[in-house]
Design a protein around this ligand. Structure first.
Ligand SMILES: Cc1ncc(COP(=O)(O)O)c(C=O)c1O
Length: 439
């Protein structure tokens, strides 16, 4: 039995997501507190958090502005429904958010990235129906993409292992290939432009009548699937295909939002705007669960028809625009903008990439990919034991005081935007030691 100070035995109760429960109980990883760049274990060990929690704590942990805002909001208005009513904080936060994401016109709030994605897919189908084009129901996603765990997001997602146990999923969903050439490794910059990157999409469109496709959804930079940056010109070409065929383009910016690429969104950093954008995670700095689905005016305006007294979108959540989440979101934007965190992210991105690329030549490392403050160090899997080496490296780094995440045999990194060069160096040293020590 596992006992930690002041806690009940770990066998009691909780079933953890995406976790090998039996293995976890053998060696539980438990954090009791967090501040800035660090988690603190029950026995007082400080662990450098190079994952920003789970790609979300972009301003660092327990940011005083955000903590104070949540406390204040909880004492003022604990809850109000968003069904036919609202509160000033919801409108103030939406306005502030849309000012920070200038291509978009309205924000629909939910509680997670998964909900933001399912909302986006529903809005896309409803948009076409509202315009008298109800035959447009198909979705196109992409290999290796992660769009959460709702049946919609799971259907358009491209990670086979996540779907295997839960079929049948949404019908009429197709997946284009990831724009990645495995022969190109340890790239210093984004992959070069090329017409071939969208050949797989063109094949799908050639077979599936494009006038039946509602939306294409992509992460601008593939995140959980292993950090794959978009080749130069790829997103621009995707935008052009969507325009040509009247298909909506959805960017899932749940990871890339709020500073990962040195601007508020990847859309802004890369200069390509979707019709619908999903946000979560850094939206509140992870401090209160919240998702948002932003739409441009073309999408919103299409809905604003029919009897004025009837809801235009039959969709929503009890906790849409929760007052605590709106307060946390507002304070998170304050932290990001008033403390120059997007600029800090842009400034450290190159040294971060250079340091990680220094792992080329370390045992087992077969590729390093990076984009802004996102990186992946891909390891050669052990024969017949996929994921085991990655997990061992993550465990060794944790024992060495650094939290990195193993996605199978790919080590992924997504530090808070306030990470320092010294902390990056500490991380690379810990990873190099772990790679040398592990078979
Ligand atoms: C790109 C992307 N979309 C959606 C999600 C789902 O978010 P959540 O876990 O908040 O439901 C994630 C989570 O990692 C994500 O990375």
């Amino acid at each position: 039995m596992n006992h930690l100070p002041n806690t009940p035995p770990l066998e009691d109760g909780v079933w953890l997501p995406f976790t090998a429960m039996r293995g976890f109980l053998e060696a539980p990883m438990i954090f009791e507190r967090a501040e800035g760049m660090h988690y603190i274990t029950p026995d007082g060990r400080r662990v450098l958090d190079m994952m920003a929690g789970l790609w979300c704590v972009n301003a660092g942990h327990a940011h005083p502005r955000i903590t104070a805002a949540i406390r204040e909001a909880a004492g003022r208005l604990d809850f109000v429904s968003s069904f036919r009513m609202s509160h000033p904080g919801a409108f103030a936060f939406a306005r502030r958010l849309l000012d920070a994401v200038p291509g978009m016109a309205r924000a629909f709030f939910s509680n997670s990235g998964s909900e933001a994605v399912d909302t986006a897919l529903k809005i896309a189908r409803g948009y076409h129906r509202a315009r008298g084009d109800a035959a447009r129901t198909k979705f196109i996603g992409r290999a290796k993409s992660y769009h959460g765990v709702g049946f919609g997001g799971l259907s358009v997602g491209g990670i086979a292992r996540h779907k295997r146990d839960f079929g049948p999923l949404l019908a009429d969903v197709f997946h284009m290939p990831l724009p990645h050439d495995p022969a190109q490794r340890f790239l210093r910059d984004r992959p070069a432009a090329g017409d071939h990157w969208l050949a797989g999409l063109d094949d799908i469109l050639a077979v599936q009548d494009p006038s039946t496709v509602a939306a294409i959804i992509v992460e601008p930079v593939t995140g959980s699937g292993g950090v794959y940056p978009p080749p130069i010109g790829y997103l621009e070409a995707l935008r052009a295909r969507c325009d040509k065929h009247g298909i909506l383009l959805i960017f899932d910016e749940v990871i890339t939002g709020f500073g990962r690429l040195g601007a508020c969104t990847a859309a802004e950093a890369l200069g390509v705007w979707p019709d619908i954008m999903t946000l979560a995670k850094g939206l509140t700095n992870g401090a209160v669960p919240m998702g948002a689905t932003l739409v441009n005016s073309r999408v919103f305006d299409a809905y604003m028809q029919g009897p004025a007294g009837a809801p235009e979108l039959m969709h929503g959540y009890t906790y849409s625009a929760h007052p605590l989440a709106c307060a946390a979101g507002m304070a998170a934007l304050d932290a990001y903008q008033l403390e120059g965190m997007f600029e800090a992210s842009a400034a450290i991105a190159k040294p971060f990439a250079a340091a990680l690329l220094g792992l080329q030549g370390a045992p087992h490392v077969i590729d390093v990919r990076h984009c802004g403050l996102l990186a992946a160090v891909e390891l050669e899997p052990r024969p017949a034991a996929p994921g085991v080496r990655g997990a061992a490296v993550a465990d060794a780094c944790f024992a060495d005081g650094v939290l990195v995440r193993a996605a199978g045999d790919t080590m992924v990194l997504s530090p808070p935007l306030v990470v320092t060069a010294a902390q990056v160096a500490q991380t690379v040293d810990a990873m190099a030691r772990a790679l040398r020590a592990i078979a």
